[in-house]
Design a protein around this ligand. Structure first.
Ligand code: FE2
Length: 299
């Protein structure tokens, strides 16, 4: 069974032709009282196995944020309770959506410090496979990081940048930056490499793969480089980009991407596993995992 998280860019885009379920902002009531004991049990299974794995693997900000939030094993969190704590800390809230929402709706929420979270949870036989981001990915993976001021500002800036990028027709470049930071980012801490990306932190198998497996590249984050790098949406990443600290994201939130869009415009994209001469390599991957998968899929 694959462990595949299909987070952000799928989250906003695929449903663009659908009608909004409620208001124009696509938000709905979480319907917390409607969760069944079986659904809370799925949350518990996911929560417990991930909580065992993450100490020493997730970054300090993730562990600290998780510790201060009303998130526990016993039940799916109530978004209102989460929002109360988040609002006091970084001014963010969590709003429920039924699943995929169009790009502009997603960006609009982020630009106003509202994190749209899927209100449903995966089925017991789908623990490691997600068609759409569910409440475990969105809440367990993303919300602890939103307690961190740098990430809080960065994701708001991404929402504002997304609205601009849409107008400029360069969304693809910006989406790669989100993917390789908010979803699949690694950070160098003084005590070692750690996870801060929600796509990794909410995935049982990618948590181990991203840090320990010799297959993927681990390359120092470079904005223009990342803007040109394709990613895997249906499997483990072939390359993880590593920031030196969360403050690096704060710098990203403050810079004007427009000159970089112009710089990368028209240039070909790099394949996910490619290593370039200018890359600052922390570890060159063996590529063994991806090669094996390609071999298996060869006709
Ligand atoms: Fe996500």
């Amino acid at each position: 069974m694959l462990t595949v998280e299909k987070p952000a860019p799928q989250k906003h885009g695929l449903a663009a032709g659908s009608a909004p379920p409620a208001g124009a902002d696509w938000t709905i009531d979480q319907g917390w009282k409607n969760y069944t004991p079986q659904e809370h049990a799925v949350w518990k299974t996911l929560f417990e196995r991930q909580s065992r794995l993450l100490p020493g693997r997730a970054c300090d900000a993730f562990i600290e944020g998780m510790g201060k939030l009303p998130i526990g094993a016993e039940q799916i969190p109530d978004f209102r309770a989460l929002s109360e704590v988040l609002m006091q800390r970084t001014g963010w809230s969590v709003v429920a959506v039924p699943g995929l929402v169009p790009d502009e709706v997603f960006f609009e929420h982020l630009a106003h410090r509202r994190f749209p979270a899927g209100h449903f949870i995966r089925k017991p036989h789908e623990l490691d496979y997600l068609e759409e981001p569910d409440v475990f990915h969105d809440v367990f993976g993303h919300v602890p990081m939103l307690m961190n001021p740098a990430i809080a500002d960065y994701i708001q800036a991404y929402g504002e940048g997304g609205l601009r990028a849409q107008k400029l027709g360069v969304l693809e470049h910006l989406a790669r930056v989100y993917w390789y930071t908010v979803e699949f980012g690694l950070v160098q801490q003084p005590d070692g490499l750690r996870i801060y990306g929600a796509g990794i932190a909410s995935s049982y198998t990618e948590t181990v793969f991203a840090l320990d497996d010799p297959s993927p590249n681990r390359i120092a984050f470079d904005l223009a480089r990342v803007m040109r790098t394709n990613y895997r949406i249906d499997d483990f990443q072939e390359t993880y980009f590593v920031i030196d600290g969360l403050s690096e994201l704060l710098e990203l939130a403050r810079i004007d991407f427009a000159p970089l869009y112009a710089q990368v415009a028209g240039q070909p994209a790099h394949e996910p596993g490619t290593v370039l001469p200018g890359d600052r390599l922390l570890a060159r991957g063996s590529g063994a995992y991806a090669a094996k998968k390609r071999g298996l899929h060869r006709p």
